[in-house]
Each structure stands twice: as C-alpha cells, then as structure tokens.
Design a binder for this molecule. Structure first.
Ligand SMILES: Cc1cc2nc3c(=O)[nH]c(=O)nc-3n(C[C@H](O)[C@H](O)[C@H](O)COP(=O)(O)OP(=O)(O)OC[C@H]3O[C@@H](n4cnc5c(N)ncnc54)[C@H](O)[C@@H]3O)c2cc1C
Length: 489
C-alpha cells in the first residue's frame, strides 16, 4: 500500500500529528520501534502544561507553547484525558528575584499569556498554597498552567487517530530510508512501507533518522531529569510550584500529578548514553533538597518510586520543525520542554507544511473527533457500580488493590484501539502497578488477563516488549530439562 503520510515515532509529537491528520481523507500510518506508544520521553516528564512565559522570545518554542496551552481546552473536551488547569507559582525566595519575575509577567502578558500576576502578599500566597515554604517573598502566578497525564493523553490521541483510520505499527523500528521518484521506502525490522511524505518524530533518535536520508544538520543530546514520586498522602498541593529558573533548566519543581500524587524533580544532567534512564543516589538527593526548598514538609516516607526521563536537547536548543530540502520529508525534532504543552500547535505547523507541499487536505465526512472517556470505577457512584457488576462481574473483581482497579478496566485497556499488549501497557493505561506496592500483588493477575485476552502463552507476556520477559519457563519444565541433561535425579 502507498501511504500519503508515514510518521516515525509514537510519542506525544507523532501521535498528535497522527490525530490531526486523521481528520482528512488521507492514508496515514505511524511506525513505532517499541512494543507500545508513549514509552520514550513522553512517558517520564513533569506533565505540566506550561503557561508560556518562560522561554526567551527568539525561540519558536515560546510561541508554540503559548498557542499549545490554549489548544488544550478543546483537546481535553474531545479526547477525555486527565487534565486540570490548576495554575502555577514561580516562587521567589530572595528579593533580588522579583525583578526577573516582573519581567516575565510583563512579556508574558504582551505575548498573550492570560492572567499572569505577581503576588507580593505572603499571607495571600500561603492561603492559596498552604504547603509552600513560609520563606516565600513573592510568586509569579500563571492561572492558565495545568497538569496532564502525558501518556494517557497520548493513548487518547492514538485511539482517536486509529478510530479515524490511521494505522499504527508497533515493534516496527525504522532502520533504513530510501527516497526515489517522490516516494519514500521505509525499511523496518518487520517489513517495508512506502509513502509520499515522511514525518520524523523519533525523539532522542530524530537525528539518527534524519541522517538515514543524508541530512545531518543537527544533533540531539540526552539530558537526564530524575524524579521522586510520592503516594497520595496527607499532602495535597493546589499549584505547580517552580523555583526561579536557571539558565539551563526550569529547576526542581514540586507538583501534583493528574492522579493526585505529588512529585519532586527533575534535576538536569547532560549525559552521553541515549538509553540511560537510571537514577542515582546523588541525583535523588539533589531532587529532594530542591523540592524541600519549596515544600519543607515533603512526605519522604511516602516516596513510592524514583524514575528518570531524558530530554532530547537539540544543538539549536529550540524545536526543529522543518520542511527539509528533501521534498516531502519533515523533521519534527529536538522537541524538548515544553514539547508536551506545544504538541497541538506543533501539529498545526506540520499541517501548514503539508499544505505547502501540495497535500490535499479534504475533511472526511465521517470524521469523529470524540474519543469516549474510558469507564472508570473511580468515577462511579455505588449504584452505578452495582449495576455494572450485575451486567458484568468483571467490574467487581478488584485486581489492583492499591489503586482499586477492577478486571473490567484492564480488559477494556487491552481491547481499545492501539490497546495494551504488555504489563506496562496496562499500568500506564489504567494504573495497576502505579500504587504503593508497585505491582507486587497485581502483576501475576495482570499477566493472566493479558494471556487470556490476547490468546498468548502466560510465559510470553512481557513487561514492555522484546527482551523483558518476566518468566523464563515453568518450574516443571526447568526440572525436566535438568533431568534430561542428566544432572538431577
Ligand atoms: C525530565 C523532563 C521533563 C519534562 N517536562 C515537561 C513538562 O512539564 N511540560 C512539557 O510541555 N514538556 C515537558 N518535557 C518535554 C516533553 O516530555 C517532550 O517534549 C515530549 O515528550 C517529546 O515527545 P516526542 O514524541 O517528541 O518524543 P518521544 O516521546 O521520545 O517519542 C519518540 C518516539 O520515537 C520512537 N522512535 C525512535 N526511533 C525510532 C525508529 N528508528 N523507528 C521507529 N520509532 C522510533 C521512540 O521509541 C519514541 O517512542 C519534559 C521532558 C523531560 C525529559
């Protein structure tokens, strides 16, 4: 089949573009190297929908962030992902920092960031955020900032794109690209694809993909950010809390998640290994110390997980969104922060480029922008739940006790378009394994459900695809093998 558009990379950037394109009468496919979408940088970030005052004016990421923030309202309504516009504080702890905050406020307002205000009254600030340090002197309040579940939004985008005809191919790493007679031949580990236009959204690997077509005008460097995540505990935060930023990073923030946990992080370390998402004792110490400057009573004993994400930092330090010299090849690379915020605006820009390339953008008659909200036990009243259990007992079988997730939610997460096929796929779609026990109790049962619903042998179920098997083989088989090899009696 000849595709009109092939997208490489199933992170938030690729999936937002796929969803923007699914509206038109075009043949579109997305190729992702991993066993699932949303497993690169999109999986491990702060999940903040930034207001847009932070970047300097010379960067396109500033305009795209401001526009992207505004587009979230409509997107959340259509796609039903967890998103709350709770507002953010940049917290000044020294009087010398106030001047910088005022400059950000003034420029932000000029550039269309709504509602920015500098608050100098400590009592007013602490009434809005009681857990903030009482050493606060002033805050820059951005009411339009929000929090989102980045992977759930990406799943929602992919589901809606697939509902409207986009084909998703996971486990399809692109290893070679040829361009001849206005046709791209894209070779993956599982076969070839042909397309008239090609969009590179490969995140940390975007420079590598661009080089497959001989274009090596940028590099991508990984910059690690470590986090500490806390269980839903006695502390609730009302706002995203930032320190005053440094030149290389927004600093260590303390922030609620879309599911009411809180986290501290990220720090910022330039590294060389593009796959290194390990955490270090020193890094986590830095994160906790940074977090405690803003929220002194961080509940350290309620820490349930540490993790790290990698920023794809381009040599230009700005987003690279280019209609390249190769006709039909668009690079969407170096999408560092605030890429999650900017994704809808980035997709608009890509559509403009495709129009310039002469792609016919006719809206399909049957285009449906609505992705139905997944049914969740947590959203039901007791009466609604009782009725559900009568209709389908799987609503009454609780698989994850920490997060109270019934079997029915897991089954739905498997059978939805671009659904879960791995343990992590279930965890990130409907949360078994996200709670205090981190999957200790529910994992074997999640594996049973995956095995049954996907008609796969139990021991072939993986954590996150190839080479991440949880089981090697049945104990009985190991014993038999040993006996046949003559060792054991
Ligand atoms: C620590 C940290 C904090 C952040 N906080 C925020 C924030 O609060 N707000 C915000 O707006 N932004 C934030 N960001 C930025 C945001 O996370 C990114 O901009 C966004 O996730 C980038 O998405 P992406 O789709 O471009 O990349 P990715 O999510 O990395 O997706 C790229 C995909 O391409 C696939 N791929 C790579 N090579 C190939 C190949 N050869 N063939 C097929 N597939 C391939 C990968 O497997 C991957 O799935 C943060 C980033 C980090 C690291």
């Amino acid at each position: 089949m000849m595709y009109d558009i092939i997208i490489i990379g199933g992170g938030v950037t690729g999936c937002t573009i796929a969803r923007a394109l699914c509206k038109y009468d075009l043949k579109v496919c997305l190729l992702e190297k991993e066993a699932d979408i949303a497993v690169g940088t999109t999986k491990a970030n702060s999940g903040v929908v930034h207001a847009g005052y932070a970047a300097e004016r010379e960067y396109i990421k500033r305009d795209l962030c401001i526009r992207g923030n505004k587009l979230y309202t409509q997107a959340a309504k259509e796609l039903n992902f967890p998103f709350k516009r709770i507002g953010s504080f940049v917290v000044a702890l020294e009087s010398g920092q106030i001047k910088d905050l005022e400059k950000k406020r003034k420029r932000g307002i000029e550039d269309g960031v709504h509602g920015l205000e500098l608050i100098l009254d400590r009592a007013e600030i602490l009434a809005m955020e009681p857990n903030l340090t009482d050493e606060v002197i002033a805050v820059l309040h951005a009411p339009s900032a929000g929090i989102v579940s980045p992977y759930e939004m990406t799943f929602a985008l992919a589901e809606n794109a697939a509902m409207n005809g986009v084909k998703f191919f996971r486990n399809h790493e692109v290893i070679k690209i040829d361009h001849r007679d206005y046709t791209f031949t894209v070779t993956t580990r599982r076969g070839e694809f042909q397309g008239k236009n090609l969009i590179n959204c490969a995140g940390l690997y975007a420079a590598k993909v661009s080089k497959m077509l001989g274009l090596d005008y940028f590099d991508i460097m990984p910059r690690k950010g470590e986090y500490v995540l806390f269980d839903r505990s006695e502390i609730r935060l009302n706002k995203v809390l930032f320190p005053v930023p440094t030149k290389i990073s927004k600093g260590i923030l303390v922030c609620p998640t879309a599911h009411d946990n809180i986290f501290a992080g990220p720090n910022a370390q330039n590294i060389t290994d593009i796959e290194d998402t390990s955490t270090t004792t020193a890094g986590l110490k830095e994160v906790l110390e940074g977090g405690r400057q803003l929220v002194p009573n961080l509940p350290l004993r309620a820490s349930i997980r540490n993790f790290a994400g990698l920023r794809a930092v381009p040599s230009t330090y700005d987003f690279i969104i280019d209609n390249t010299d190769i006709y039909g090849f668009i690079n969407v690379a170096g999408i560092l922060s605030p890429g999650l915020t900017s994704c809808y605006a980035i997709a608009e820009k890509v559509i403009e480029y495709l129009e310039l390339l002469g792609v016919q953008l006719e809206v399909k008659e049957d285009y449906n922008p609505i992705r139905p909200k997944p049914e969740r036990l947590a959203d039901m009243t007791k009466q609604q739940l009782d009725k559900k259990i009568q209709e389908n007992p799987a609503w009454g079988r609780i698989i994850c006790r920490c997060e109270t997730i019934p079997e029915a939610e897991i089954i739905n997460a498997i059978h939805t378009p671009v659904g879960a096929t791995t343990i992590d796929g279930i965890k990130f779609r409907c949360r078994p394994g996200m709670g205090r026990c981190q999957g200790g109790f529910c994992r074997p049962r999640v594996m049973e459900i995956l095995s049954r619903e996907l008609h796969l042998p139990y021991q072939t179920i993986t954590k996150k695809g190839e080479d991440t098997n949880v089981l090697v083989s049945k104990t009985k088989d190991v014993r038999l093998k040993e006996m046949r090899e003559g060792g054991a009696e």
